[in-house]
Design a protein around this ligand. Structure first.
Ligand SMILES: *Cc1c(COP(=O)(O)O)cnc(C)c1O
Length: 405
């Protein structure tokens, strides 16, 4: 039985896995201790739970428990990584390299650092959404202290060549930060194999609770140091003060343990469903375009532009399905998605894009419903589109002169 609305926006957030909630529950009530209380069993119990979660998170990414720093989420993790490195290594240099398609938590942090004297290189991406490794190499100077490139993009699901970037960073002696929010728990991530020095994680993107995250900070070869951005009791090896969110941390740990156990099966299942969704849409409609490389992509992501259709009208037409669009009105700005524009998509295709994010609780029945519904609504909208009619009659739309509106 289908239940409405259907959730297909797993890149925005994920529902908590009931097993995660179960693990967290006692830490709200009977096991309420402060993990920093050293004098009684309430504190010890909380500390023990926090240290177990630290091992669970570390295990999932090939790190050791001591390298995990708790935060309030990946926005904070990214801020701490970039600002912490910029401040700590200011004497060595002031140059940071990132990419145009990064999450705002990285881009806006870079904007802030520019005001404080940092120089930032924003690498462009190709039409497939990937950075160019030669361009990366050429951007590195003797003032470069950090490369920050995301693992998987939150809009188009495209996977950057993290292993190769890590090799280049190591070879040049530059620290490497990875916003891995969309990848951790979904595909194998290993900080040792990929020479990653700092890595951001968010619990609510992997079936854990909102408002908790982690930052992996490498402890040897090299030992990374970060200047704290939150001063106080000196928690988390002095990198992030503040009483720990014990239930949240327990939830993040349990969420990671479940992902680690179920990842191979889950990603294969979601890959099959995602491909089925793509094939049904392409079978039923012409003039549909995939945004970003299909062969370097998360298994549960599909980002498609439906030419001759406004994303907003499409969203309204499929109002029993929760997805998101790269078009303007979903955000506070009037610009269409900066990620799609960075791929070189025109405004019209960016405006007509839909991001489908599948996840743990997505069923085949839901995928069949969504592909049928989207196909029907796109056809209906195109029947009302004079542009689509002209296109069908063979008019070269790109040569038509439009009156300004
Ligand atoms: C969601 C997200 C973030 C922000 O994480 P929060 O925990 O919600 O602050 C950062 N980067 C990427 C790629 C994301 O998808």
């Amino acid at each position: 039985m289908l239940k409405f609305p259907i959730y297909m926006d797993y890149h925005a957030t994920t529902p908590m896995d009931p097993r995660v909630l179960e693990a967290m529950a006692p830490y709200f009530t009977s096991r309420f201790g402060n993990a920093a209380s050293r004098n009684h069993s309430f504190g010890w119990e909380a500390e023990e739970a926090v240290e177990k979660a630290r091992r669970q998170v570390a295990d999932l990414i090939g790190a050791s428990a001591k390298e995990i720093v708790w935060t309030s989420g990946a926005t904070e993790s990214n801020n701490l990584a970039l600002k912490g490195v910029a401040e700590m290594y200011a004497e060595r240099g002031n140059h940071i390299i990132t990419a145009a398609t990064e999450h705002k938590a990285v881009l806006d942090t870079c904007k802030r650092l520019e005001k404080h004297g940092c120089r930032i290189s924003y690498l462009p991406v190709t039409a497939s959404g990937l950075i160019d490794l030669d361009m990366l190499r050429e951007s590195i100077t003797d003032k470069t202290i950090l490369i920050s490139i995301m693992y998987a993009n939150n809009e188009i699901g495209v996977l950057q060549p993290i292993g190769e970037i890590g090799r280049i960073a190591r070879e040049k002696g530059v620290l490497f930060h990875v916003d891995a929010v969309q990848a951790v728990g979904k595909i194998p991530v290993n900080v040792l194999a990929d020479n990653i020095d700092i890595l951001s994680i968010s619990a609510h993107k992997l079936y854990g609770p909102k408002g908790v995250g982690a930052l992996y900070v490498r402890r040897k070869n090299p030992r990374v140091q970060l200047t704290a951005q939150m001063d106080g009791g000196g928690h988390e090896r002095g990198m992030r003060s503040g009483t720990l969110n014990v239930p949240g941390i327990v939830g993040l740990g349990e969420a990671c343990a479940i992902c680690q156990k179920e990842m191979p099966e889950e990603s294969a299942r979601l890959g099959r469903l995602r491909d089925k969704l793509r094939d049904s849409l392409f079978g039923g409609l012409d003039e549909v375009y995939i945004n970003g490389a299909m062969d370097h992509r998360l298994p549960h992501n599909l980002n498609i532009s439906f030419a001759f259709v406004e994303g907003e009208s499409l969203l309204m037409g499929i109002n029993d399905v929760a997805v998101s669009s790269g078009s303007a009105c979903t955000s506070a700005t009037l610009e269409p998605s900066y990620v799609l524009k960075a791929l070189g998509a025109g405004d019209d295709l960016a405006h007509s894009s839909i991001r489908f994010g599948l996840g743990r609780f997505t069923t085949e029945e839901e995928v069949d419903y969504v592909s049928g519904k989207v196909t029907e609504v796109v056809k209906k909208l195109r029947e009302l589109s004079p542009l689509y009619e002209m296109y069908k009659e063979g008019v070269d739309i790109s040569k038509v002169q439009w009156a300004a509106h």
